[in-house]
Design a protein around this ligand. Structure first.
Ligand SMILES: Nc1ncnc2c1ncn2[C@@H]1O[C@H](COP(=O)(O)OP(=O)(O)OP(=O)(O)O)[C@@H](O)[C@H]1O
Length: 305
């Protein structure tokens, strides 16, 4: 479905942009059909950047992304967005407050399916709204401010179902919702997976990742530390960073300042593991680390394992 190879996104930072900051650094992974993959990491680890790269919202510095075997840079946006869609953290920002909810669905018809008969389209809209557990009669005709965050988020998922969406980037989609609504939305994703959808589930919350996903990627400072079957990564964490995360859940929500970013980019000696300065096992061997297979469907980037 989606294959990411040696993906890198570097930004120029520092005075006169002379220094480079690697938001995503040589990342490779694969997401198969009918699979939910969690991308878990602290704030600033590069999760959203990977999501944006897959959604073609920004361009990679190097590396490539294939969708169904085709390099996405060669696919026209209109063609690509029929199949690959994103839903983000703040549902309110995705709606124009002066238009009724219906507008979001009408725009999909105008943009992607202008030849579809209006009545047929409206039937389809009602069907997808029901599929995400809402009553179309209660929802359609309302303005965004008349609905809850959870309802708006469900409608954004419904919107993706109007298209032939095969792959969804779900970036912190439940972090603004209350606890009971959260589980409902996760269950919708799991249901949709059963019907054929694949999802990159971006979160800084380990428990949400565990609940939702088949595979887990642990990201630290733009690089993958551990990757594999969710059960294996959670029940047998091997990378010192994953172990630390599971034990303590450190500053997952911290927002970095520009100065901290510059300090971050200088923190590890070139060639050394990104986790070097925090790792209890670090020593001079921790150089040129590659992801290596430790068991079936379980990979770790640590020379000590
Ligand atoms: N345009 C930019 N210029 C410079 N640095 C950037 C730019 N966009 C993102 N970054 C930096 O890249 C890093 C990765 O950002 P990203 O938003 O992908 O992190 P994240 O893991 O999604 O964090 P969060 O959980 O807070 O959303 C951050 O340190 C961020 O400050």
């Amino acid at each position: 479905m989606i294959e990411v190879t040696n993906l890198t996104k570097a930004y120029n930072i520092g005075s006169f942009g002379k220094e480079k900051f690697y938001a995503v650094d040589n990342v490779s992974f694969k997401i198969d059909d009918n699979q939910i993959v969690s991308l878990i990491g602290e704030s600033g680890s590069g999760k959203t950047t990977i999501g944006k790269l897959i959604l073609k919202l920004i361009k990679p510095t190097s590396g490539e992304i294939l969708f169904q075997g085709k390099n996405i840079k060669n696919l026209k946006n209109k063609e690509y967005y029929r199949y690959v869609q994103g839903v983000f953290q703040d549902p309110f920002s995705s709606y124009n407050p002066i238009f009724k909810i219906n507008r979001v669905f009408d725009m999909v018809r105008e943009e992607f399916y202008p030849k579809t008969d209006k009545d047929k389209w409206n039937e389809k809209v009602e069907k997808v709204i029901s599929e995400v557990g809402l009553n179309p009669k209660e929802i359609l005709g309302k303005f965004p401010h008349q609905l809850s965050g959870g309802q708006l988020q469900r409608l954004l998922i419904a919107r993706t179902l109007l298209m032939e969406t095969k792959f969804l980037v779900a970036d912190e989609i439940i972090s603004m919702l209350d606890a009971s609504t959260r589980i409902d939305i996760l269950n919708i994703l799991i249901d949709l997976k059963e019907k054929g959808l694949s999802v990159l589930f971006i979160t800084h919350d380990l428990s949400l990742g565990y609940y939702t996903s088949d595979k887990t990627i642990i990201l630290y400072r733009g690089s993958i530390m551990e990757y594999g079957d969710t059960e294996k990564v959670f029940n047998n964490p091997l990378h010192p960073y994953t172990i630390m995360l599971m034990n303590s859940v450190p500053t997952m929500n911290k927002k970095w300042t520009k100065e901290e970013l510059i300090a971050e980019s200088r923190r590890t000696p070139p060639g050394y593991c990104k986790f070097y300065d925090r790792c209890p096992l670090a020593d001079k061997e921790c150089k040129n680390v590659q992801l290596k297979k430790v068991e079936e469907e379980h990979y770790v980037a640590c020379v000590k394992k």
